[in-house]
Ligand binder design. Structure first.
Ligand code: SF4
Length: 382
């Protein structure tokens, strides 16, 4: 991302997209002009409208992982601009005070998805370009009327997006520029908005994490009631969505365990990781329903799409990827040094299915040894 984003000063634009780095001075100005600080934002009566709007933002992101693109707040008035900007800040502070990674992932996904929807429809090319330039090192319109982005931005962002469209070999590339051609009933601008969504999400998560580091206990305690409300909403949502499989997780290879954990925490697992999990689920005898339960917390989860893709993997009997492919696609925690595993460090280990078989053999031997071990009665002298 550019260190110095392009100037955006239109108060309507800043209220509509308060997550923009350029909106920080506007949020600060609203607070100074109204003599508001973070403490007063929590309990001052006349700021109730701000808190109500923030709760709507949070609940929408938790329940639907998306924030309604329409708002009842009139952002063409100074009051509406203040409510929209401060509600964003209050929602962010609530997320930070929760210290809950799942809530953080859901909220960031909701805010970023909202931008994705809105930006894809912006009619003024100049306005859209300025927003895009906030998140990309450069951008240009190609001769064919399609947006192009530097390959360095594309390869940094695309691993987080599923689908063959986002793989570099499938994109036209000229002199270091990648063309975002229309596809999947989306035009070039909508495709670029999808790319930008990833940078917005990452930027929001990074900002929240640094705020969490700075948050003191006393302030987090003042937010406890607000946090409790939204976290219980999240837990309720998760309990209605997730039904876990009875398979023995202890035998799963670390890569599979990590991918399922990441999905549970709403981390956006890449395409290779998702296909691997789907094919492993089939191989170890899970049903499509059980495999689907792994994905319900994915930030871009859609029940119909997931079922379609899982059915495709199951019906075509996809074989799970081997260790080298998982390693180069950042799906192997052992290759990153995150997990110590004796089995994975063996020279012959080149496939997660070998890990499973080795675990099963070891378990079988342990069970046999336990069965043949002398019991207390056997050892009693006659
Ligand atoms: S070494 Fe293979 S089995 Fe082990 S975690 Fe990595 S990819 Fe999975």
């Amino acid at each position: 991302m550019p260190l110095q984003p392009p100037a955006i000063e239109d108060p309507v634009v800043l209220a509509r997209y308060p997550f923009l780095p350029q909106a920080n001075p506007a949020i600060k100005a609203h607070m100074e002009a109204n003599e508001i600080d973070l403490e007063s934002l929590v309990d001052t009566d006349w700021l109730d409208a701000v808190r109500v709007r923030a709760r709507v933002r949070l609940v929408e992101s938790v329940v639907s992982k998306d924030i309604d693109v329409t708002t009842s707040v009139d952002i063409h008035t100074p009051y509406g601009q203040m409510v929209e900007c401060l509600s964003f800040l209050y929602a962010m502070v609530t997320v930070c005070a929760s210290f809950d990674e799942r809530l953080l992932a859901r909220w960031a996904e909701g805010e970023a998805s909202r931008a994705d929807h809105l930006w894809g429809r912006i009619e003024q090319i100049d306005s859209f370009q300025r927003l895009a330039e906030t998140y990309l090192s450069d951008i240009r319109m190609g001769e064919d009327g399609h947006w192009e982005v530097p390959v360095i931005d594309f390869i940094e962002i695309c691993p987080k997006i599923s689908g063959s469209y986002w793989r570099l070999p499938n994109r036209p590339l000229h002199n270091g520029w990648v063309t975002l051609s229309p596809a999947s009933s989306e035009n070039s601008q909508e495709r670029l908005s999808r790319l930008l969504k990833e940078r917005i999400r990452v930027q929001l998560i990074e900002e929240c994490r640094s705020r969490m580091d700075l948050m003191d206990e006393e302030f987090a305690g003042r937010m406890a009631e607000e946090v409790g409300r939204v976290v219980s909403q999240l837990q309720h949502q998760a309990s209605t969505e997730v039904s876990f499989t009875s398979t023995d997780e202890g035998d799963w290879p670390p890569c599979m365990q990590e991918i399922t954990t990441q999905l549970t925490q709403s981390v956006n697992v890449n395409h290779v990781g998702r296909v691997f999990l789907a094919s492993m689920s089939r191989v170890i005898g899970l049903t499509v329903d059980e495999a689907q339960a792994f994905f319900v917390n994915a930030p871009d989860y859609s029940a119909d799409t997931t079922r379609y893709q899982l059915t495709h993997v199951f019906e075509n009997e996809y074989t799970p990827a081997g260790c080298p492919k998982l390693q180069i696609n950042a799906c192997c925690p052992v290759s990153r040094g995150d997990v110590k595993s004796n089995l994975c460090n063996k020279e012959w280990m080149d496939h997660p299915l070998k890990y499973l078989r080795a675990r099963q053999r070891a378990k079988h031997r342990e069970e046999q040894a336990a069965a043949s071990a002398p019991t207390e009665t056997d050892q009693t002298p006659q």
